[in-house]
Write a protein that binds this ligand. Structure first.
Ligand SMILES: [Zn+2]
Length: 250
């Protein structure tokens, strides 16, 4: 037998294989840790945004800012009171909630708050039928359109939706802000028929108003901010209910 001077090919392959497995385990652990930290950051974002909306209500006699829907056929129209001025021809720093979150003209901190770290906004697409020139909504959070709809003519809005913050009952279960529908976005607004994103995980649904049948894959751990000022992760079944529509469930 010849004296061994190094590794045989088999030994080398075994070592490489073991290292590959270890790297795989490490990567899985790292990606889970990143996903968990993204969820925490996302909840923190929506909590700060929601608190700013509540401050706006306090300063405006209990009225909500408008929800910032895309413009469509002169029916949904932008208003100065839109909570996020997200369209390319508007300044983010003019958003109704900006004064509670940024100082002066630098909107960068607000832009960061409006972006979930797990959201790849490049994939967002504009709502089919919206008036051209607005582009897609490039942020992650949307207001329940039941609380401040920007319907023409203002200030009549939708009579059934004309309610102050104090008119809502059981605020602990009424969604004010939530991660918006993707890939098609309806601007800075969401409603009870809107999908919720899958970016923080999925679960099997029980069936909901969005025409999803029991057993369908739905978004889970979606960040939501409630009228009583708390934030938590919810699934789409919890969001797409009539209870989240002020007109039908005050
Ligand atoms: Zn998120």
């Amino acid at each position: 037998m010849s004296r061994r001077k190094g590794f045989t090919l088999v030994e080398l392959l075994v070592v490489i294989g073991i290292i590959a497995i270890l790297i795989g385990i490490l990567l899985v652990a790292l990606s889970r840790a990143r996903a968990a930290s993204n969820r925490v950051a996302c909840l923190s974002n929506i909590r700060q945004l929601g608190t700013a909306v509540l401050q706006y209500c306090q300063d405006n006699g209990g009225w909500f800012p408008t929800c910032g829907l895309h413009e469509e056929a002169g029916f949904w129209v932008p208003y100065p009171e839109d909570w996020v001025h997200w369209q390319p021809n508007r300044r983010l720093a003019d958003s109704a909630i900006a004064r509670y979150l940024i100082r002066g003209e630098d909107a960068a901190p607000l832009k960061k708050l409006l972006t979930c770290p797990s959201d790849s906004v490049e994939g967002h697409r504009e709502w089919p039928g919206q008036t051209p020139g607005q582009g897609p909504y490039l942020y992650s959070y949307a207001m329940n359109e039941a609380v401040g709809i920007n319907q023409h003519p203002y200030p009549t809005r939708h009579p059934g939706y004309l309610k102050k913050l104090t008119a809502w009952r059981a605020g602990y279960k009424k969604i004010m802000l939530v991660e918006g529908s993707v890939p098609e976005t309806t601007g800075a607004a969401w409603n009870i028929n809107g999908a919720l994103p899958l970016r923080h995980g999925t679960t099997k649904g029980k069936g909901n108003l969005r025409n999803t049948s029991p057993g369908n894959t739905i978004g889970n751990n979606v960040s939501a901010f409630f009228m009583d000022g708390h934030a938590e992760g919810i699934n789409e079944d919890q969001a797409c209910t009539e209870e989240q529509d002020l007109a039908s469930a005050p």
